[in-house]
Ligand binder design. Structure first.
Ligand SMILES: Cc1cc2nc3c(=O)[nH]c(=O)nc-3n(C[C@H](O)[C@H](O)[C@H](O)COP(=O)(O)O)c2cc1C
Length: 205
């Protein structure tokens, strides 16, 4: 399916400056994640997925390290992964729960793993990990803007060393998010939001 995502500016070319984007503001004001059980086929096309990853990689990143990478999981490979995770779940102390949450990976047609990849040097690891979180949320926003539903999860297999080994996660890497994407089948209802005043203070000297 073709996309109408504009190409990125060439390196060094001007970028949007002082423009108002009412659609973006409306999306940010109203967006909600879709429950994984309400994400069905079709998934974004290959071309749309390329665009989604390109948009997700346009996040602030101290030092231009690109301290993240993506793993796309879909189709038969996703079913095979779920099967192997099911086997690992059985060996866990929380076997029943670990097995039952796998529906979140199994149901949506597409999962994109955002892997935080900490690069040695003077940029703190924390900042590099925050940049990976920004990738996750940008992916959620971009998929929603394309008309899909999305949900950012982690679940046990993001942390279980046997599962991360299966996914090829290296020792300097961590799964920042498993972003599930599909066509929403149910309208997500608004959930509780924080009182901005309660979490905001004004610093005074
Ligand atoms: C880092 C991170 C990890 C999360 N992991 C899970 C998870 O494993 N399982 C889950 O049900 N929700 C998880 N969530 C929450 C979902 O993303 C949740 O559905 C979402 O925050 C709903 O809020 P929204 O509608 O404002 O997007 C996680 C959120 C974040 C930021």
């Amino acid at each position: 399916m073709p996309t109408n995502v504009p190409a990125a500016p060439e390196f060094g070319q001007p970028t949007p400056f002082g423009e108002i984007h009412p659609d973006t503001l409306a999306l940010l004001a109203k967006r909600r994640s879709s429950s994984p059980q309400h994400l069905a086929a079709p998934a974004p096309s290959a071309e749309q997925l390329n665009d989604l990853l390109r948009l997700a990689a346009r996040v602030p990143d101290h030092g231009k390290l690109f301290p993240w990478r993506f793993i796309v999981v879909q189709g038969e490979a996703k079913a095979a992964l779920a099967e192997r995770l099911e086997a690992l779940a059985k060996e866990r102390p929380d076997a029943d729960k670990a097995g039952s949450v796998l529906f979140k990976l199994k149901t949506p047609p597409l999962a994109v793993l955002v892997v935080s990849r900490v690069v040695e040097g003077h940029i703190p690891a924390w900042e590099q990990q925050l940049s990976a979180g920004a990738c996750c949320q940008t992916l959620v926003l971009a998929a929603t803007a394309m008309g899909y539903g999305a949900n950012w999860i982690t679940d046990w297999y993001s942390y279980d060393p046997r599962a991360t080994a299966l996914l090829g996660i290296a020792s300097n890497e961590q799964i920042a998010g498993v972003v599930l994407i599909g066509t929403p089948t149910e309208v997500p209802l608004e959930r509780v939001r924080p009182d901005i005043e309660a979490i905001t203070s004004v610093w005074k000297p």
